[in-house]
Design a protein around this ligand. Sequence first.
Ligand code: FAD
Length: 559
Amino acid sequence: MDYQPRLDDIGRLLFQTLQAPQQLQSLAPYAETDADLMQQVLDEAGKFVASEIAPLQRVGDETGAHFEAGRVTMPPGFRAAYQAFWQAGWPALACAPEDGGQGLPAVLEAVLYEMLTAANHGWTMAPGLLHGAYECLKHHGSEELKARYLEKIATGEWLATMCLTEAHAGSDLGLVRTKALPQADGSYRISGGKIFISGGEHDLTDNIVHLVLARLPDAPPGPRGLSLFLAPKLLPDGARNGVHCERIEEKMGLHGSPTCVLRFEDATGWLVGEPGKGLNAMFVMMNAARLHVGLQGIALLEAAWQKASAYAAERRQMRAPGASETSLIQDHPAIQRILHTQRAWIDGGRLLAYRTAIELDMIKHHPDAARRDAAQRWCSLVTPVLKTAWTRQGFLGASECLQVFGGHGYVREWGIEQIVRDARITMIYEGTNEIQAIDLLVRKVLPDGGTALGALLDTLASETPLPADVQQRFDQLRALARRLTQASASQADLPYWVADDFLQALALALLGWAGARIGSALPDWQTPARALHSWVLPEFGLRMQIIEQQIPETGTTAA
Ligand SMILES: Cc1cc2nc3c(=O)[nH]c(=O)nc-3n(C[C@H](O)[C@H](O)[C@H](O)COP(=O)(O)OP(=O)(O)OC[C@H]3O[C@@H](n4cnc5c(N)ncnc54)[C@H](O)[C@@H]3O)c2cc1C
């Protein structure tokens, strides 16, 4: 069974719970974007995903990308599907009309990519970085570079990569060694080795635009010495640039996406943004990418849930409590617990992720500075939570869904094991989950003593009457943020010990809020609501207890 977009489920959250069209119509570029238009776009997107992309899921995994003599051939059907994708205008959905885009809200793009990933994670890796590359170039590129590359990237006619990682420089990009030598004509010669570059070479598009972190000759060591460059596979005169694919990785999953080792050998490139501000320019790309990785977690969980639910509705084994004959496995409480728990995570995650996409548009287009600040706060605090907690649940929940199949899940026939293998990477790339948790607590919560977090929780409380348990979790988190701020003043390593538990506690508090919000808008959301309260939210108390135990009474390190 291929994944089927379930637009009714998505639409209920988007239109009934979030009232997305009403919120977005207050922004000038979307004054005409009403619910009918949004529904129409989603219907067409759903049809495209189901008919063109989902059927390529198995071949992408089994045949995979193939490397030979510097060239990468994508699995059968991938190129044709990609050509159809960009020519139908899908990559340009949320790009500005002046760049060849359709000027639609970011949330529609978020839903499109959620559906694409659920249908075929490997294929979706190819266009997955396009929008980030577009934003990066739009904000930081020179007029000349924009004239040459922006529209090609906006429309997806050419694909883009993000070349950060090197063999010795993963999470610590300050260690990047790739060099860029200035040339008399204003260009640069780039030399060095990059690894793990998604889509570094392929046959989906004629040209590939690489965004590369490298170091100028006089650059200081560390992250401040990094600059960003654009180096295309084909130069403007059509000649091949000095970017060589040396091999692609053999990996656990995601076989439809070539993970490339690239050698830059005197490759011609041009500076994007200012010298030494490469990471700043890259962050535009990485932040957009992080929301999309959170959505990948949600998407893969939905794909796994769909398969497991369909199987549970057909397979009969033993008698469920109180039944007089052999039951469908969906009637066994143990299986219901698994399925309903994942449903709660999916719906709660969607609410938070779609809302984050709406907030991204608020940052760009809202006329009121205070509202823009609130949107910025939302994105800064909620994005790492989505990236981390929902990729974790994407993998763990997909594994639970595999359990619903018993031994039939462990063999290839049903395709559920592919989802588990594919989902694992989401916890690692775009900043590992450990780095995200540290980013949240050390850089975003503690520096102001928890004030921004408190303001976010105030906003949430003002939007929906809070049930007592949600209010209590919010109060506990506020108090904890204050306590951790004080304790870490004398215990500098404390936040690093507790960052993961703190992020998970915040994720559960947000999920509890999302559940309350969905429950009040959709009265029939009772089964996931019960699962949420019975089997998910109690973990909040455990996480709080773990953190409390790490806060020493007397200032000695708890390890
Ligand atoms: C399939 C795939 C696709 C990828 N695509 C791209 C791409 O397109 N472009 C690109 O540039 N890169 C890409 N990457 C690279 C990916 O972003 C890195 O693997 C990731 O950033 C982690 O770096 P690393 O693998 O070197 O691990 P390391 O940084 O060595 O980390 C190892 C472990 O140590 C932990 N750790 C490291 N530092 C800290 C710290 N300060 N505090 C706590 N824990 C820490 C990490 O969380 C991790 O658990 C891809 C990787 C894969 C596997």
